[in-house]
Each structure stands twice: as C-alpha cells, then as structure tokens.
Design a protein around this ligand. Structure first.
Ligand code: HEC
Ligand code: HEC
Ligand code: HEC
Length: 440
C-alpha cells in the first residue's frame, strides 16, 4: 500500500516536471505594445504593394465575417474540436493589431504566435505565410497599419479540451512548421521559382488542395495537391489525379486565375472563387508564374485534346428521348444559359459554360455540382464571369439527382449512386437559415 502511494507521488512529480518543462520550452514572450505607426512612416508604394499582397493572401476573405466590416474578424471556421473565430486585424489598439510592432506581426505570420505570446491555431495558414520575404512582409504590415482602425471584438475561440491548451500547438509546429523562406531551386527557371513562392507562400494553395493526415498536417510527396475536402466541397486534385476531361495547359490555368473561368474546364465557384478574385488582381507575369509552377505537377505526357471535337463526340448521339425527365429538366431550367450542343467557340465568359467539359461532372464526388445547383453562384470570382441562380426552391432532391445523372450518362459516365440522399444532406447542411456562418 505504502509503495503504491510512493509510486503515485513519484509519477505525479514526474508529470509536474514534464509539464513544467514543456511549458518552459514552449514559452513565448509577450511583445511590448507600441503606438500605432504614423501613416507617414510608410511609403505609398509600400502600402500599394501590401494591398496586392493582402489580396494574394486572402487576408480579408478569412478575417471578415459575413456582412461584417472588412478585416474585423469573426468568421467562424468549423473544426472537429469546436469553432475557431478569426481575429480583428485592423489597426484598432484594443480589439485589433494597432499596438503590434512589426516584430510582433512578423512573429505571428512566420511562427504562429500572437503578441501576447499565445500559440495560434493552424487554421491561420502561417505554415505557408512563413515563406513570405522580409520585403513583402513589411509591405503587408504597412498596408494593414494604414487601414481604418475599427473597434470590434469578434467572438472568442474556445475549443474542447485538450485543444484549448494552446502550448500543445508547439508540438504540432515541431512536426509541420518549416520556418523561413522557400529554398530556391536553381535547376528550375526563375518563372517556376516565382510561381512556387506565390503558391507555397501567400497563395497557400496546399492548405486546401493537399490531403491531411490524422493530425491535420498537410501531406506532401506524391500526395501534394492530390485533392481534399472543405465544407462539403470537393477540392480537386491539381496533379495527374485530376478528373478533368481536358488536360490543363498553362494557358488554361492563366485564364482560370485571371478570369475565374476556363472555357475548357469550367468556373471557379465556392471556396475557390475568392482565391481567384485575389489572384486575378496580380500582375500578368505573376499569374503566368503561378500557372507554370502548377503545370509542373501535371503529367507532362498527357495529350492535349481538341475541346470542340471532344464535345461534339459526346453530344453527337442524344442518349435520351425528348420526353425523358432529365432532358426536359435541362431544357427547361439550364439550357438558356448552358449549351447542350458543341458550340464552345461561342461560349463567352460566364454566358454559356459548356457542362460537357466541367471537371466537377467528371469527379467521383457529386458534391460540387450539387452545391452549385442548390445554391447557385452568387458571387462570381471576377466581374467577367456571370452568376447562376439557386435552384433549391425550384427543384426537388430527386429532380436535381435526375438532372445530374442524365448529364453524366450523356457524357458516357456512370451515374452517381445514392444521389438523392446526397442532395438532401447537402441541402440541409447549406440551408441559408441554418448555416454555421450565421451561427453566432
Ligand atoms: C484560411 C483563413 C485565414 C487566412 C487566409 C488568413 N488568416 Fe489570419 N488568422 C486566421 C485565424 C483563424 C486566426 C486566429 C487563430 C487563433 O485564434 O488561434 C488568424 C490570426 C491572425 C493574426 C493574429 C491576430 C491576433 O490578434 O492574434 C494575424 C496578425 C493574422 N491572422 C494576419 C493575417 C494576414 C496578414 C493574412 C493575409 C496575408 C491572413 N491573416 C490570412 C485565419 C486566416
Ligand atoms: C480555400 C480553399 C482553396 C484554396 C486556398 C485554393 N483552392 Fe483551388 N479550388 C478549391 C475548390 C473548392 C475548387 C473547386 C472549385 C469549383 O468546383 O468551382 C478549386 C479549384 C481549383 C482549380 C480547378 C481545378 C479543376 O480541375 O477544375 C485550380 C486549377 C485551382 N483550384 C488552383 C489553385 C491554386 C493554384 C491555388 C493557390 C493559389 C488554390 N487553388 C487555392 C479550393 C481552394
Ligand atoms: C441564368 C443563367 C444560368 C442558368 C439558368 C443555369 N446556370 Fe449554371 N452556370 C451559369 C454561369 C454563368 C456559370 C459560371 C459562373 C461563374 O463562373 O461565376 C454556371 C456554372 C455552372 C456549373 C459549373 C460550376 C463549377 O464550379 O464549375 C454547373 C455544374 C452548372 N452551372 C449547372 C447548371 C444546371 C444543371 C443548371 C440547370 C438546373 C444551370 N446550371 C442553370 C449560369 C446559369
């Protein structure tokens, strides 16, 4: 009995030492507050550059709540451990980052630690932002610090135990955070290196496009950019694992990032629309560099097929009679905007997207097509792509399923199984009155 007590005491002492040591090792200092730098301390050139970089990094996409003021935070990000709220990054001293020195800002962006010395959750993509150069980082700071200061306290994040113990993130960082600038690859041309800097840094493409392991770390190697899921959306693979019927060329990627639409693939909807919105504002040279980097993940031997001939072949023989339900639904609800015949030459941006070429209809997962049909495309990626109405109030689960599977069969694909149930599930999850976005 006595030895058991002793053992427990020893174990307790050990636990205290281990936990104490862990806290000592993970301790980060509080950085002193500073007065908000005067606007004159930055050049206009630096501020303008920072604005473009902020668009590239989607800062406002995450740091603005639906209907909220830009960069004042409060966007809820769902995680299996609870909801994480983004913070106010306007220069308000009390509720934002107005009292943050450049050093404090830089530590948050590169090391994921806030001014108070607290570890930040990796829902904030600092594992990518750590790649940003000093010069770009200073421009971002200059831009943010010269924007209107807005007093607004977003809801505080409180996750379930043990995820509320922020020092635990230090262990995660130890596994997944590779600090510092991206090493240059001298075997590759400068354009490729520039594209890598954009994609791996502010663009944080892999945060969505790479699958994650059991600890929510991004997978690399052959799994890099191999596709993932996000809020019901299927994030397509950017590698040769793509389901796109047309091989992506550098020109296609350029069109997609610049206009939000590639006539040979389709449009950027859902979580990709704001990414393209930010990217479309960048210089042509940068958009081309990004395309060149992404191209290097594709199969170099894949044959480029003529899209028009492909569509003509797919649609040559209608598989359905004119009174088939799916066919009638398409003619009634979709044909006014989407070509059913092979006229991709006349498919102007956002006017008649050719669905026989759409990546999502060829995917193993019906989710993206279903979500677009239920909720439409309310915010186009760029002004040149159109919007699409929502059909959730006009079509039943069964009708949406019939319509999509009719198209699949017309294009020579297997129908998606269990589709009405998937439509019903996604309908519920994205109910405008019940979405997590308005949860608070
Ligand atoms: C994918 C969403 C996302 C994007 C994109 C994003 N952030 Fe954040 N950011 C977050 C979240 C979530 C937090 C809070 C994390 C936490 O509470 O642990 C955060 C925290 C921060 C913080 C710490 C603020 C504080 O008060 O602790 C700073 C600074 C910051 N972000 C700046 C930026 C900048 C600059 C950009 C654009 C280059 C950016 N963020 C883009 C999600 C994002
Ligand atoms: C917030 C998550 C997110 C981020 C960040 C993101 N993507 Fe996407 N991406 C998506 C989703 C979701 C889709 C599917 C869009 C659709 O169906 O309209 C997509 C689609 C694409 C497509 C079209 C693929 C196809 O075959 O149709 C390309 C190309 C692409 N993304 C490239 C990129 C690049 C390059 C970056 C970084 C600059 C990036 N994405 C960042 C979520 C994201
Ligand atoms: C009023 C015009 C209009 C109607 C009607 C319409 N669409 Fe669309 N649809 C569009 C536009 C425009 C886009 C591209 C939007 C963009 O890029 O912002 C689009 C895109 C799509 C996409 C591709 C989404 C992606 O992420 O690549 C699918 C799938 C689609 N529509 C299916 C349908 C179906 C099925 C119907 C009939 C039920 C339909 N649409 C009716 C205008 C329309």
């Amino acid at each position: 009995m006595r030895s058991l007590k002793k053992l427990i005491l020893i174990l307790l002492a050990l636990a205290v030492i281990v936990i104490g040591g862990f806290f000592a090792l993970t301790h980060q200092s509080v950085m002193d507050p500073v007065a908000q730098p005067a606007a004159g301390s930055f050049s206009q050139q630096q501020i303008d550059k920072g604005k473009l970089l902020a668009a590239m990094g989607d800062c406002a996409v995450c740091h603005t709540a639906p209907g909220g003021t830009k960069n004042t935070g409060g966007l809820p990000i769902a995680s299996p451990f609870g909801t994480i709220y983004t913070t106010n990054i306007t220069p308000d001293a009390e509720t934002g980052i107005g009292s943050w020195s450049y050093e404090a800002f830089e530590r948050a962006m590169r090391h994921g630690v806030n001014r108070d010395g607290q570890y930040l959750y990796p829902a904030f993509p600092y594992t990518a932002f750590t790649r940003v150069t000093d010069d770009d980082m200073k421009s971002l700071y200059a831009y943010l610090m010269t924007q209107p200061a807005v007093k607004h306290q977003p809801p505080k994040t409180s996750l379930n135990f043990p995820f509320n113990v922020r020092p635990g993130i230090a262990a995660w960082n130890w596994m997944y955070l590779k600090k510092g600038p991206l090493p240059e690859d001298s075997s590759k041309p400068p354009e490729w290196n520039r594209g890598a800097y954009i994609a791996e840094g502010l663009g944080h493409c892999s945060a969505c496009h790479s699958p994650r392991d059991q600890f929510a770390g991004e997978k690399g190697g052959a799994e890099k950019f191999a596709g993932s899921t996000l809020d019901g959306w299927t994030v397509p693979a950017l590698t040769s694992k793509t389901s796109a019927p047309m091989v992506w060329t550098a020109d296609d990627l350029y069109a997609y990032f610049k206009h939000g639409f590639s006539p040979r693939h389709g449009s950027a909807a859902g979580p990709m629309a704001p990414v393209v919105h930010g990217m479309s504002q960048q210089s042509d040279a940068d958009i081309k560099a990004l395309a060149s980097y992404i191209m290097s993940f594709k199969d170099p031997n894949a044959k480029v097929v003529d899209a028009e001939a492909y569509v003509a072949a797919k649609l040559k023989e209608p598989k359905f009679a004119i009174d088939h339900e799916g066919y009638r639904l398409f003619e009634g609800a979709c044909a006014s905007c989407h070509s059913a015949v092979g006229d991709i030459k006349s498919s102007m941006f956002g006017v008649r997207p050719q669905l026989a070429l759409n990546t999502n209809l060829y995917s193993d997962s019906p989710n993206n097509s279903v979500l677009v049909m239920l909720n439409g495309i309310q915010t186009a990626a760029t002004p040149t792509t159109g919007t699409m109405p929502a059909f959730r109030h006009n079509l039943s689960d069964a009708q949406i399923a019939t319509l999509l599977n009719t198209m699949r069969e017309q294009y020579g694909l297997q129908p998606w199984s269990n589709l009405p149930a998937t439509v019903g599930k996604l309908r519920k999850e994205t109910e405008p009155s019940a979405t997590r976005l308005s949860a608070h």
